[in-house]
Design a protein around this ligand. Structure first.
Ligand code: 6GU
Length: 239
């Protein structure tokens, strides 16, 4: 549900989510809230706020009527996510939970937001993508749709799925290299050319630990607490 359906459609048709739609693994239906405006002449969907203050607010009835059109189409009341900086900050764990749903509705606000009475009637989840302010809910909806879609079985190829493990084990990804073996004087770490898979895995794990400690000490602390029996090598604590 959006005032800018083309923005959502063009984004989702691209790349991996586009391929998954062609395969029938995902589908996208955009509802243009403006199509439910009762103002036949100007298709107005926003108005001034009672009590005054900055900017325009999206009116209740086009939003509620848009949602009812979806309810009628699918035959039940789906989970409806309102994208707002006031929501819970989106995490991988929330993506896993949303990925279990057969249908999800994303309600994208614009201007100063949406009349509270519409939100009361249609929304089940309020989600933010971080502590900064955007002009509308479309980009956050696309962020969520991407993160959730890649968790749907079949959307990623096997070679792509392997990469999911890394954030889900609570550590950052280790550094990766492809050809050439020496680029601009920098060689690929020798161990990666050894063919010894156990050694490569161990090396990568240590690299993940080093990165996580350096860039996300919060995640590192949690990881250490959750793996009390793991011996962390001293090089992880250098620098
Ligand atoms: Cl979900 N909406 C808007 N407008 N701004 C945001 C956001 C959402 N998440 C972070 N900033």
């Amino acid at each position: 549900m959006t005032l800018f359906p083309e923005m959502i459609e063009s984004g989702f048709q691209t790349s991996i989510t586009g391929r998954a739609m062609e395969k029938g693994l995902l589908s996208l239906n955009t509802v243009n809230i403006r199509d439910f405006s009762k103002d036949l002449k100007h298709k107005k969907v926003d108005d001034y706020t009672y009590g005054g203050g900055a900017g325009l607010l999206m009116k209740a009835d086009p939003v509620v009527d848009s949602f009812h059109s979806i309810e009628e189409k699918i035959g039940h009341k789906p989970r409806c996510i309102y994208l707002t900086p006031q929501g819970r900050t989106f995490t991988q764990e929330m993506a896993v939970d949303f990925a279990k749903e057969e249908e999800l509705v994303f309600l994208c606000g614009h201007y100063e937001g949406i009349d509270e009475r519409a939100l009361d009637r249609v929304t089940t989840d309020w989600v933010s993508i971080g502590d900064y302010v955007l002009t509308g809910g479309e980009l956050p909806a696309m962020v969520m749709m991407d993160a959730i879609s890649r968790l749907v079985p079949g959307v990623l190829h096997n070679s792509e799925s392997a990469e999911t493990e890394s954030f889900e084990n609570g550590l950052l990804e280790y550094p990766q290299y492809t050809r050439p073996e020496v680029y601009d004087g920098s060689a690929v770490p020798k161990i990666l050319l050894s063919g010894d898979h156990a050694k490569v895995d161990a090396y990568r794990h240590v690299q993940s630990l080093i990165r996580t400690r350096k860039y996300r000490p919060d995640l590192f602390e949690t990881y250490v607490k959750e793996h009390p029996d793991e011996k962390i090598p001293p090089e992880v604590f250098e620098e």
